[in-house]
Design a protein around this ligand. Structure first.
Ligand SMILES: Cc1ncc(COP(=O)(O)O)c(C=O)c1O
Length: 362
């Protein structure tokens, strides 16, 4: 691999015409519109080549592209926030990059250097700062991804890879207040198995979850609550978020067993709960324990955590014909406190004693 640490600047081909006028900042649809520029770096002959930032646009691939057939592809999902006319805050880029490299190792994709990653993000923020929406609750979604780019129908690791970062302005998740989500388990499908790819952010994990997710919606639930693949007993996570249970004054979060995606928001939630003096347990938690805690009146709150919504209150869980209702149809006090603290830090309204923010001066 190149000595990537030596790159301090990335070559930039600026867009000739900005697409900023195409963005309706009052009606932002997640992942539909993209900023003017994208970061690109190609890997071949055993090393990453010089990176470049160029105008966002279509890429040409051949029908034999490895990724299209075998799915050797990984990605990240993270956000940047408008603070003031001179400052954009990126939330925990170091942890997102660490996870990108963890995913890379599992999927036999070459790792990338943090120096390049953070420089790319800084340059993209500077070039496309107009695309960062200003209203509280809105943000610039950042999507780094790496995919196999051999043009060869061979079911083995690619020798070429393409690394991109694209960004997209996104709206408030909670424009109409916090609507609690409803979850259902499924005994027909599993998301990830021990020794599989569950803890990697890789394309196939998502592809495999779409059908069960669609069925859950058809049955009237928002998303699937995944249970472990071996015993169908222990709670793992939800479609694109981790899950947490406030039982009495203990925050219980399913432990990372290898089949759960280690969420960056999850990590922030447990860190804050420790800081605030709650008992924090990361351990296996069965669906039966959650139903029992509900019956005993000890289940105070259930909520998901993820980059998209930060905190999503869960109002109902269905499992094998039984249903429990949680809370009063509103976000719980603890979940609200977490939401306020995390978003406060993200938008630069609260101090960041944890070093979670990477500020970019634009
Ligand atoms: C499967 C899955 N679990 C959990 C999460 C939450 O992770 P994060 O907080 O890093 O967004 C995500 C979202 O990225 C996800 O896709």
């Amino acid at each position: 691999m190149n000595d990537l640490m030596t790159f301090s600047k990335i070559n930039i081909e600026p867009a000739e015409r900005s697409k900023i006028h195409e963005i309706d900042f009052n009606n932002l649809v997640f992942g539909r519109k993209f900023s003017d520029h994208m970061f690109v770096m190609e890997y071949e002959h055993g090393e990453w080549n010089e990176p470049v930032i160029k105008p966002y646009g279509p890429i040409e691939v051949t029908p034999a592209l490895n990724t299209l057939h075998y799915g050797q592809a990984i990605f990240e999902g993270m956000k940047a926030f408008y603070v003031d006319e001179n400052t954009i805050n990126i939330f925990r880029p170091d942890v997102h990059h660490e996870r990108l490299n963890n995913s890379a190792r599992r999927m036999d994709i070459p790792e990338t250097d943090y120096d390049i990653f953070i420089t790319a993000l800084e340059e993209l923020m500077k070039l496309d700062h107009q695309f960062v929406p200003k209203q509280f609750g809105t943000s610039l979604y950042i999507r780094p991804f790496i995919f196999a780019s051999d043009d060869l129908l061979a079911a083995r690791s690619s020798t070429k890879f393409s690394y991109y970062i694209i960004t997209s302005p996104v709206g408030t998740y909670y424009s109409e207040g916090f609507a609690p989500v409803s979850l259902t388990t499924t005994d027909e499908y599993v998301r990830a198995v021990s020794g599989g790819t569950g803890e990697a952010k890789t394309a196939g994990n998502y592809a495999a979850s779409f059908l069960p997710a669609k069925k859950a919606v058809q049955d009237g639930y928002t998303q699937v609550l995944w249970l472990d693949a071996t015993e169908h007993k222990y709670i793992e996570e939800v479609g694109t978020m981790n899950i947490h249970f406030l039982i009495g004054d203990t925050l219980v979060t399913p432990e990372l067993t290898g089949s759960i995606l280690p969420g960056v928001t999850r990590r922030s939630v447990t860190a804050l709960a420790v800081e605030w003096g709650y008992n924090v347990e990361e351990r296996r938690i069965s669906i039966d324990e959650v139903f029992k805690a509900s019956e005993n009146g000890e289940l105070k709150e259930v909520f998901g955590s993820g980059t998209a919504a930060v905190i999503s209150p869960v109002g109902l869980i269905h499992h094998k014909g039984s249903t429990i209702n949680i809370g009063t149809g509103k976000i719980g006090d603890f979940a609200k406190r977490l939401f306020d603290e995390i978003t406060g830090i993200q938008y630069g309204k609260l101090e960041d004693p944890y070093g979670w923010i990477h500020s970019v001066e634009i």
